[in-house]
Design a protein around this ligand. Structure first.
Ligand code: ASP
Ligand code: MG
Length: 411
């Protein structure tokens, strides 16, 4: 007997035919004594469509005053898909029950639209499984101490599934999606990208953080925390995909890096000509922090020894740019900046791999690959297991391909 949590994303349940196909597949692969929990997202583009409705009421639906209502709205998407999937199981002759986040004991904080899971007490799930039901759970949602619905951030169903698998002490968490695994680079832009059999939580987390869109980063953190293997695989084929786990178990060819990630949703801000004196960086970045804006790469350099002024250049997520512009308009006067430049057409390309620890020259090879592709490097940053370069957004395809060719030459 196995207890397995299976998560199906929006594209896998986009129509009622697809919902019936998901139910059919699950039943055909189920051993008679297996306990199955299915976590689903909203059908197709439902969440986006609900957000469009909200913006018809106010063009800025993410205002603080609306966030609770947005969650009330968005959680309806998953409620539709769980009801239909539970009906599909019954139609095919298997008992099933649908449950919301609140009903499975998914306790969150009250940070609406960006909630975090505090605790899960899945007593009801165990009871329903023991009654012989397949339990169909709404992803992306929990409830706070008042019982109000709270969503977990876009893509949050992955996190719901992995966290629930952890709380249930499941044997495995399977994430069914429209790609068949995790690749060494985005296969849509790199033809020779390779599917990995396995990747560690540590490396996957870094890949996800640096832009690999397969999994919500927080779901990988959850997997690591509970030590639940996560199997990322295709909804449309039976082939096995990529298993994210603590350590490698199979002998994979020894690459120094595991993958190339890229992120095109990056904006660059250059605050030019500020006094070279204590407190300037603090004032600038504190005002961004106060507005809840995450700053990523930062470079400060002395521009002019004679006049003793600095340039501070940094990157943020593109969606934070409108808010950042407001903040910077105020703070740049306070710190006497000569001028501020904003650039939207930027991309961050990164290499990731625990193998680069103690393997000198990896960064130099990445820079060489960018030089060969005639891509200029704007900012460089590193972590223990990654190196990232900021480049022009229009050159991201060349950049990623050239780096991938360097580290994953065709056999
Ligand atoms: N339906 C939610 C979204 O579109 C959650 C998810 O799909 O994971 O973000
Ligand atoms: Mg998703």
């Amino acid at each position: 007997m196995a207890l397995v949590v299976k998560k199906f994303g929006g594209s896998s349940v986009a129509t009622t035919e697809k919902i019936l196909a998901v139910a059919q597949r699950i039943l055909s692969e189920k051993n008679s004594d297996d306990k199955i929990v299915v976590v689903v997202s909203a059908m197709g583009k439902t969440t986006d469509n609900l957000l469009t409705l909200a913006s018809d009421i106010d063009s800025e639906p993410y205002k603080a005053d609306y966030l609770r209502e947005l969650d009330m709205l968005l959680t309806t998407g998953e409620q539709v898909s769980i009801a239909l999937l539970a009906m599909a199981f019954k139609k095919l002759g298997h008992p099933a029950i649908s449950l919301t986040g609140a009903q499975v004991g998914m306790k969150t904080n009250s940070v609406h639209t960006k909630g975090r899971i505090l605790d899960i007490k899945p007593k009801r799930v165990h009871e329903e499984l023991n009654r012989g039901n397949i339990v169909v759970v709404a992803g992306f949602q929990g409830a706070d101490s008042l019982g109000d619905p709270v969503t977990l951030g876009r893509g949050g169903s992955d996190t719901s599934a992995v966290a629930l698998a952890g709380a249930l002490k499941a044997d495995e968490c399977e994430i069914f999606t429209d790609v068949d695994g995790v690749y060494s680079a985005d296969p849509r832009i790199v033809k020779s990208a390779r599917k990995m059999k396995e990747i560690t939580y540590f490396e996957m987390l870094e890949m996800a953080r640096l832009g690999a869109g397969v999994m919500q980063p927080r779901s990988v953190e959850m997997g690591q925390f509970f030590n639940i293997p996560i199997h990322v695989r295709s909804t449309f084929t039976k082939d096995s995909g990529t298993i994210i786990r603590e350590d490698y178990t199979v002998e994979e060819k020894d690459f120094e890096i595991r993958g190339v990630a890229h992120d095109t949703k990056v904006a660059k801000i250059s605050v030019l000509g500020v006094p070279n004196s204590p407190g300037i960086a603090h004032t600038l970045f504190q005002s961004l922090a106060d507005a809840n804006i995450d700053v990523d790469m930062i470079v400060q350099s002395i521009r002019n020894i004679d006049r003793d002024i600095n340039d501070i250049v940094f990157t943020i997520a593109l969606h934070d740019l409108p808010e950042a512009k407001k903040v910077i308009a105020v703070v740049s006067e306070k710190i006497n900046a000569i001028t501020v430049l904003f650039e939207e057409d930027m991309a961050k390309v990164s290499i990731v791999g625990a193998g680069m620890l103690g393997s000198p020259g990896v960064a130099a090879r990445m820079f060489g690959a960018l030089a060969r592709a005639d891509v200029n490097i704007d900012i460089i940053s590193t972590s223990e297991i990654s190196v990232s370069c900021l480049v022009k957004g229009s050159q991201v395809t060349e950049a990623v391909n050239s780096i991938h060719d360097e580290f994953f030459p065709d056999k």
